[in-house]
Design a binder for this molecule. Structure first.
Ligand code: SF4
Length: 368
């Protein structure tokens, strides 16, 4: 029997409204559907019948190192239903005493003080808040309803409840964003003292309203987006944040441990429509369709995973890097990348620089 820890992801596919750039699996549903979904998710936690074909017999003896409520907008469920789900997970799996338990939160909460107090009481110890921008005009362009003041109130309410591990999502390349406005957003986040930031470049995904409007959106070009990324790296690193993954920065060693499981060859179980899992060298997922999830549709095979090339690729996304000895035939290419400031070798590990992270896909293609 293995006791290798497992990360648990619970997908909450509900949003109050759909942001025009978002292609995550989520939508607007009435409270009655949300409650039905929570019951179905609890049933899936209990029986695992949708994923049965892929679950190793010992899965429920594996201790959880993290639980992550992602979405969608998990906070839309309210503290009571989130606690209900967390308790269902605790009944089914042993949970490590220091497990990281994260909830993604939209700052448009009506009563953040009581919400975070209830989450903290249930054992949630990390919050990921969708700030995107501290400039309200930019947030509006992104279709976000809450303002900067709401985000600030949420961060302070989380701290007051004892949840100090707060992460803010920041978006780079918002229509009309400028170096000064990005500076304002980053200063806002740092002044709030959050120990973690996830900073993503806006991607215009096919099928979204932004895709249709892309020529009218005043989007930054590739060079300007690259500059926003590098500006972010310089700003945060100068203030003591470690750039530990392409898009993630932390202070005080507070990396996002759940996501690190994905990048550092760990195993995870994802439940809910669109959630992905990796167990025993197999990747599988639950189809991104709420109705079929409610009807009990089985998980589907995605492919074999965890081979050497994939492991190296995922590790290179982080500042752990990958052993330079894993690329015995790439000495010339690596030397050229070092000269161009894209990679560096630290203690035998090949690591991307900030500039290298920016073009990591091209570099990985060359290496692997
Ligand atoms: S709140 Fe998040 S998940 Fe929901 S539509 Fe907006 S970006 Fe997508």
């Amino acid at each position: 029997m293995t006791s290798k820890p497992l990360a648990l992801y619970l997908h909450i596919p509900f949003c109050a409204s759909k942001c025009p750039y978002c292609d995550f699996y989520s939508g607007r549903y009435p409270a009655e559907t949300r409650e039905r979904y929570v019951e179905a998710l609890k049933e899936e936690l209990e029986t695992g019948f949708r994923s049965r074909a892929f679950l190793p017999p010992d899965v429920y003896s594996r201790p959880l190192s993290s639980v992550y409520f992602g979405g969608g907008t998990p906070s839309l469920l309210g503290a009571e239903l989130l606690t209900d789900l967390l308790n269902a997970a605790r009944r089914r799996f042993p949970v490590l005493p220091d497990a990281e338990i994260t909830v993604e939160v939209n700052p448009s909460l009506e009563a953040p003080e009581s919400f975070f107090a209830a989450l903290a009481k249930s054992g949630v110890n990390r919050v990921s808040l969708g700030l995107q921008s501290a400039v309200d005009a930019e947030r509006k362009k992104l279709g976000r309803r809450a303002g900067r003041a709401d985000a600030e109130r949420c961060v302070k309410a989380a701290y007051a409840a004892g949840i100090e591990n707060v992460s803010l999502d920041v978006m780079l390349g918002i229509p009309g964003q400028t170096p000064a406005s990005l500076n304002e957003t980053l200063s806002f986040a740092v002044d709030l003292g959050v120990p973690h930031l996830s900073c993503y470049l806006l991607k215009i995904e096919p099928g979204t309203p932004f895709f249709k409007l892309r020529d009218k959106l005043d989007l930054p070009d590739d060079d300007a987006s690259a500059d926003f990324y590098l500006q972010t790296c310089v700003f945060l690193e100068a203030r003591g944040y470690r750039h530990y993954e392409v898009s993630n920065f932390c202070r005080d060693g507070l990396i996002g441990r759940h996501n690190m499981t994905y990048w550092a060859d760990g195993e995870y179980l994802g439940l809910g429509p669109g959630a992905h899992s990796f167990l025993n060298g197999t990747r599988f997922f639950q189809p991104p369709d709420l109705e079929s999830f409610l009807a009990g549709a089985p998980a589907e095979y995605e492919g074999a995973g965890g081979d050497e090339a994939e492991r190296l690729m995922l590790r290179l996304r982080t500042d752990l890097g990958a052993p330079v000895s894993a690329f015995p035939e790439k000495g010339n290419e690596i030397a050229a990348m070092e000269r161009n400031g894209l990679v560096t070798v630290r203690d035998g590990q090949l690591c991307f620089t900030d500039k290298g992270f920016l073009v990591s896909n091209a570099v990985l293609a060359e290496l692997l």
